[in-house]
Write a protein that binds this ligand. Structure first.
Ligand SMILES: [Zn+2]
Length: 267
C-alpha cells in the first residue's frame, strides 16, 4: 500500500436497511473515499414515499433512510446510488441528477455520470421492461399509472448512456446479458436469459474497467476480456442481508489500476 491508494466500496441491494450497509462496511469506514450502490436503495423520506414504490405490500417498509434524511444519522462517507426496480420514483424522478438527498448521499439519476477520485462513473437506473422501453409515462401522471410503470429504463436513457463514450466504472441494477459461461451458469432456469441486452450494450460500448450490479440478490463475478486484452471486471453483489457478499472493497492504486481486495484475499 502506498500513500496514494484510494479505497472505495461497491454495495448490493440495500432495500432501506441503511444501518446494515454501514455495518458491513464498518471495518473500512475510516478508509473509504466513497461508496457506490447499485439500486434498490429505497431512500424513503417518509411514509408518503412508499406510495410511489413498486412492491407487494409486505415489502413496503419505511426503512431507516428517514433518519439520514432528517439528520439524526449521517453517512460517514459519500454514498452514490442509482435506482433499482423498488424505489420511490415519485421522489427520485423529481430531482436533478447528482442531487445530495441527505448529507453525503447522492442520486446519480436515471442515467448520469460523476467523476470521483479521477474515475468516470456512469450509471443507468431501473431494469429492462419491454412496455416501458419506448416511453415511460411522465412522473406527473403517476397517480394515473401503476408504480410498475416507472421501474424500467428507456431507449433514450440507454442512448444517453452510450453518449458518455467511456467509463471507468459502470453502475447497473440489472445484470448485463451474457455473463454465464458453460462452467459458470449458476443454478438458474435459463442462463442465457439472465440480465438484459441493453445493459450489455453499455458494457460493450463504454468498456468500463469495472461493472457493479445487483438485482438478483446473489454474488457473482465475471471477467470480460476484450480483443486488445483489456479486462472488464463484472461484480454482481448480493442483498445486504446476506452479509459480506453484498459488499466488495476496491483499491485504486497510484498507477490507477483497480483491484478487488476479495480477489487479492486481503479481506
Ligand atoms: Zn433488490
Amino acid at each position: 500500500m502506498t500513500g496514494e491508494d484510494i479505497y472505495f466500496a461497491g454495495v448490493g441491494d440495500v432495500h432501506g436497511e441503511m444501518y446494515e450497509m454501514l455495518g458491513l462496511l464498518k471495518k473500512w469506514e475510516s478508509r473509504l473515499s466513497f461508496v457506490l450502490q447499485v439500486g434498490d436503495f429505497e431512500p424513503h423520506r417518509h411514509e408518503a414515499d412508499l406510495q410511489t414504490m413498486d412492491a407487494p405490500g409486505k415489502y413496503r417498509k419505511l426503512g431507516s433512510f428517514a433518519h439520514f434524511y432528517n439528520g439524526s444519522a449521517v453517512f460517514p462517507y459519500p454514498v452514490w446510488f442509482i435506482g433499482g426496480n423498488h424505489e420511490p420514483y415519485g421522489f427520485l424522478d423529481r430531482i436533478a441528477n447528482n442531487t445530495e438527498i441527505a448529507t453525503n448521499c447522492y442520486y446519480l439519476g436515471r442515467v448520469g455520470t460523476v467523476e470521483l477520485a479521477g474515475l468516470k462513473i456512469v450509471g443507468l437506473s431501473g431494469i429492462y421492461k419491454e412496455h416501458l422501453f419506448e416511453k415511460r409515462p411522465p412522473i406527473e401522471e403517476i397517480d394515473r399509472h401503476s408504480n410498475a410503470d416507472y421501474i424500467g429504463f428507456t431507449e433514450n436513457e440507454v442512448l444517453q448512456g452510450l453518449e458518455f463514450q467511456r467509463a471507468d466504472i459502470l453502475l447497473l441494477h440489472e445484470w448485463p446479458r451474457g455473463l454465464m459461461t458453460p462452467d459458470n451458469r449458476l443454478d438458474v432456469i435459463d442462463p442465457e436469459m439472465v440480465g438484459n441486452e441493453y445493459a450489455r450494450m453499455l458494457v460493450d460500448s463504454l468498456k468500463p474497467r469495472l461493472v457493479l450490479c445487483g438485482h438478483m440478490h446473489r454474488y457473482f463475478c465475471h471477467q470480460i476480456v476484450w480483443p486488445d486484452d483489456t479486462i472488464t471486471r463484472v461484480c454482481c453483489l448480493a442483498h445486504t442481508r446476506s452479509g459480506s457478499n453484498a459488499v466488495e472493497i476496491f483499491r485504486l492504486s497510484g498507477n490507477r489500476s483497480i483491484e478487488s481486495l476479495r480477489s487479492l484475499d486481503e479481506r
